[in-house]
Design a protein around this ligand. Structure first.
Ligand SMILES: [Zn+2]
Length: 430
C-alpha cells in the first residue's frame, strides 16, 4: 500500500482532509470464487485537498504493480472508440498541422485502438507505450508497435535514444492514475520536439463534483483535475496549456493540449476562461470538497434502501455492467449477493468470476433474457442510452431499468431520447 501525506503535484505537506468515503478492494480484480472476492483486502478511500495548487486527490492507494498484476482487459475496438480516434487525428491535423510522416507516441495505449485510427489514415510512425504486458501483447498482435513499460522521465530518455523525439504525444485516461505526476510530465517534455504538441485526456474534476460521480473515485484514480491544477503541474514540468476541448468520454472529459513552454503555438483564450470559472465558482475553496464528500455519503446511504425495496418485491434482481463503477457503488453502499443476485457484463473475461468485495457472480448478458428479473440496476449509467437501445426487447418484455447515480431512479427509453447519456445526465436536476 502507498500513502501520500504530501501533495502529488506541489509537495505541500499540509493537505486538508476532505473526508472518508468507505473502504474498497482492488476494484478491477476478477475473483475466482465468491469466498475470495469477499475476503479481498480493502483499504480506505480518503480524500485530500491542497490549498496551494487546488489539487483534489486520494490518500492511500494500492501500488501500481499490485494494480496491473490483476488488470482485467476490456477490448477497446468499439465504434465509439474508433470515432474518437478519428476526432483526435482531426485535432492534430487541423489545429496543429500534423503531417503524414509525424512521429506519434501514445502513453497507456491499451490495445492500440486509438493508434489504429492514425495508421488507418496513413500515419505510420506510431509507437504505443502500455504498462500492462498482456495488453501490450494484444496491441502488437493488432499490428501496433507497442512497448510494455510504465512511462517515466527515465523511460522517455530511452525512447528518445532509440526512436528520436515525437511530434505528437497523446495520453488518454492515464494522468489520474500516475503517482509521480511531475516526473511523468517532465518525461513528456523531454520526449517532445521543440514545437511538438501533447494532448492529455482526463476526466474533469469539476464534473465529478457537480454531478456526484463518486463511482469514479477509487484507488486507481489518484487525482481529480481542475484546469488550474493541470496548468500548475504542466508549469512545473516546463509545459503550458494551449487549448482545451470537451469530450463525451467517461461522462465528460477534457482534452487538454500543451506545448513546451517556450514553443510558439498560440494560447487559446479558453484556457484562462476555464481557470477564471473555477476560481469564481469556489473550486479553490477547501469547504467545497468537504461538502462534496458529505453529500456523497448521504447519496450512498440512500442506495441500499432503494435497491432492497425493489428486491423485496421480486424473486431475482440483476445488475448490468460489472465495471469498476459498479464495484465502487456495491462496496460503498454495502450491496450483497442476497440483494443483487448477479451482474451481467459484455466482457467474456469477466464471466464466471465474482465481483471484488461483494462476491456477486458475473454472467454473460444473454442470461438477462432467461432470468425472471423484472428490474435491472444499470451500473454502467454512462452508457445508459446505448444499453437501452441494444436491449429494446427487454424493455418491451416489461423489464425496468434503474440507475443509482447521480441518485437512485427508474429510467425509461423515452427519458433517454436525447442524443447521449452525457447530455441526458447534465439535463437532470441533481
Ligand atoms: Zn498541491
Amino acid at each position: 500500500m502507498h500513502t501520500y501525506p504530501i501533495c502529488r503535484i506541489c509537495g505541500n505537506t499540509k493537505l486538508y482532509f476532505s473526508g472518508h468515503l468507505g473502504n474498497l478492494p482492488q476494484i478491477n480484480y476478477c475473483s475466482k470464487s465468491a469466498e475470495e472476492a469477499k475476503h479481498l483486502k480493502k483499504i480506505p478511500i480518503n480524500l485530500f485537498f491542497c490549498e496551494h495548487c487546488y489539487h483534489f486527490q486520494l490518500g492511500e492507494s494500492f501500488s501500481p504493480e499490485e494494480t496491473f498484476k490483476t488488470y482485467s482487459y476490456a477490448t477497446q475496438f468499439t465504434p465509439s472508440i474508433r470515432k474518437h480516434g478519428n476526432t483526435i487525428v482531426d485535432w492534430f491535423t487541423e489545429k496543429y498541422g500534423m503531417q503524414k510522416n509525424a512521429f506519434v507516441v501514445e502513453l497507456a495505449s491499451s490495445d492500440g485502438a486509438i493508434l489504429r485510427s492514425f495508421v488507418d489514415r496513413g500515419y505510420t510512425r506510431v509507437l504505443g507505450i502500455e504498462p500492462a504486458a498482456n495488453i501490450a501483447r494484444i496491441a502488437r498482435k493488432n499490428g501496433i508497435k507497442t512497448e510494455a513499460k510504465f512511462f517515466s522521465r527515465a523511460f522517455a530518455a530511452s525512447v528518445v535514444r532509440r526512436h528520436g523525439k515525437a511530434d505528437f504525444v497523446l495520453a488518454r485516461n492515464v494522468l489520474a492514475h500516475v503517482p509521480e505526476t511531475v516526473d511523468f510530465l517532465q518525461g513528456i517534455r523531454d520526449l517532445l520536439k521543440p514545437e511538438g504538441v501533447f494532448c492529455v485526456e482526463t476526466p474533469y474534476g469539476k464534473n465529478l463534483i457537480d454531478f456526484f460521480e463518486f463511482d469514479s473515485i477509487y484507488h486507481e484514480h489518484l487525482s481529480y483535475y481542475l484546469v488550474s491544477t493541470l496548468q500548475y503541474a504542466f508549469g512545473r514540468a516546463g509545459l503550458a496549456i494551449i487549448n482545451i476541448e470537451e469530450t463525451n468520454m467517461h461522462t465528460g472529459s477534457l482534452a487538454v493540449f500543451a506545448k513546451r513552454v517556450e514553443a510558439k503555438h498560440p494560447v487559446s483564450p479558453h484556457v484562462a476562461e476555464y481557470m477564471q470559472e473555477e476560481r469564481k465558482n469556489g473550486y479553490f475553496e477547501k469547504q467545497l470538497y468537504k461538502n462534496f464528500i458529505a453529500k456523497c455519503k448521504l447519496r450512498i446511504a440512500n442506495i441500499q434502501p432503494y435497491v432492497s425495496r425493489i428486491r423485496k418485491q421480486e424473486s431475482v434482481l440483476v445488475g448490468y455492467g460489472a465495471a469498476a463503477k459498479a464495484n465502487v457503488i456495491i462496496n460503498l453502499a454495502g450491496i450483497t449477493p442476497e440483494t443483487i443476485n448477479f451482474i451481467v457484463d459484455r466482457n467474456p473475461l469477466k464471466h464466471h468470476t465474482w465481483a471484488p468485495g461483494s462476491g456477486i457472480p458475473i454472467k454473460p448478458v444473454a442470461q438477462l433474457a432467461a432470468s425472471p428479473a423484472k428490474h435491472i440496476i444499470l451500473f454502467a449509467w454512462n452508457f445508459a442510452d446505448q444499453i437501452l437501445q441494444a436491449n429494446k426487447d427487454l424493455s418491451r418484455a416489461g423489464k425496468q431499468f434503474h440507475v443509482l447515480i447521480p441518485k437512485p431512479m427508474r429510467i425509461t427509453p423515452e427519458l433517454l431520447q436525447k442524443k447521449n447519456s452525457f447530455k441526458f445526465y447534465r439535463s437532470l436536476d441533481v
